[in-house]
Design a protein around this ligand. Structure first.
Ligand SMILES: [Mg+2]
Ligand SMILES: [Zn+2]
Length: 197
């Protein structure tokens, strides 16, 4: 039973500019070369799945409905660049801020693996053939926990995370990339597809 290979993408700081919290549609901007990068993954038949912590909901910074609007905008912009996502999964919780039900010790906030368990079922993914790309130590740790390779991007919080915190991480990334596009190039090389142009 060979499942699909997937690339799990963090959202803020990886796909779109890290602005603290995207608490309004107008604060969502795609980073450069993101459409091109995702298009390459689409073309080579990776499942492309966004996995994002959105604790701003639990913190009371924005309503959960905004997440859906932002994701629609993200998909529209990607579509304009010839790219698409196979799934988007988010965690709106926080363990100790806000009010229940959003305040809870959930199983879906990265680096916990609950969101992936849903994605793996929905899309028949084999994590051992898959990759995680994100800008934080939690994304790297998340990759280790699900048994995928992990790539840290230096966009978003990436540079600071790498410079000041890598010594504290339980696991190290398999690769450190300037941005999502470079991360995808590395994946294609690993897969023997050779994405260099
Ligand atoms: Mg991020
Ligand atoms: Zn959660």
């Amino acid at each position: 039973m060979g499942g699909h290979r997937a690339v799990f993408l963090d959202r803020d700081g990886t796909i779109n500019e890290e602005v603290g919290y995207v608490n309004h549609l107008d604060r969502f901007y795609l980073l450069p070369r993101v459409g091109e990068a995702i298009h390459l993954l689409n073309r080579h038949r990776f499942k492309v799945v966004v996995v994002t912590n959105q604790s701003g909901v639990a913190r009371g910074y924005f309503p959960e409905s905004l997440i859906h609007q932002v994701h629609q905008k993200m998909m529209d912009h990607l579509k304009n660049q010839g790219a698409y996502l196979d799934g988007i999964y988010y965690c709106p919780h926080h363990p100790d801020v806000g009010e229940p039900p959003y305040r809870q010790q959930c199983h879906c906030r990265k680096p916990e693996t609950g969101l992936i368990e849903r994605a793996v079922q929905d899309l028949a993914i084999d994590c051992s053939k898959s990759y995680v790309i994100g800008d934080r130590g939690a994304d790297v740790e998340f990759g280790r926990r699900i048994g995928s390779k992990s790539i840290l991007v230096l966009t978003g919080y990436g540079k600071g995370e790498w410079e000041y915190f890598k010594g504290h991480w339980k696991s190290q990334p398999d690769f450190v990339a300037e941005d999502l596009y470079e991360a995808v190039q590395w994946i294609l090389q690993q897969e023997g597809i050779g994405g260099m142009r």
